[in-house]
Design a protein around this ligand. Structure first.
Ligand code: HEC
Length: 107
């Protein structure tokens, strides 16, 4: 019985956490990409300095994938210095909006 109650509590808490993730707005996201296009907007998905580092394609990815990646840079779980600095300046709402925008863009 105790197990069941505990399980139910965890389930409800997980639901509440999910419900708190802000909904992304692609139109708002479009207004926030100016800091991203220099690296992520280049045809061929490379930076202007392709010999220095390669930039992954982010357009068309699932929003949850993009938000998770940005949160991982922000928390330090992923450690790329440029992305870390950028992610630290983004709010949860910014991430949701950017993810909504990039996931809806086909390139
Ligand atoms: C200075 C260049 C640069 C800028 C500016 C930049 N990025 Fe990145 N981004 C990168 C590089 C390089 C990587 C790959 C880093 C790594 O190896 O983890 C990356 C990785 C990512 C990833 C993870 C992709 C994956 O498949 O794992 C996401 C999501 C992302 N960037 C989103 C953004 C967003 C949103 C912005 C604008 C707010 C932005 N980036 C601005 C260079 C940049």
């Amino acid at each position: 019985m105790m197990k069941f109650i505990l399980g139910t509590i965890l389930f409800v808490l997980a639901g509440a956490a999910l419900a708190q993730a802000p909904a992304g707005n692609a139109a708002a996201g479009k207004g926030k990409i100016s800091m991203c296009t220099g690296c992520h907007g280049i045809p061929g998905y490379k930076t202007v300095y392709p010999y220095m580092y390669q930039v992954p394609m982010i357009t068309g990815q699932q929003p949850v994938y993009l938000v998770n990646a940005l949160q991982a840079y922000k928390s330090g779980a992923r450690s790329h210095p440029s992305m870390r600095g950028i992610a630290q300046s983004l709010s949860d709402q910014d991430m949701a909006d950017l993810a909504a925008y990039y996931s809806s863009e086909a390139q």
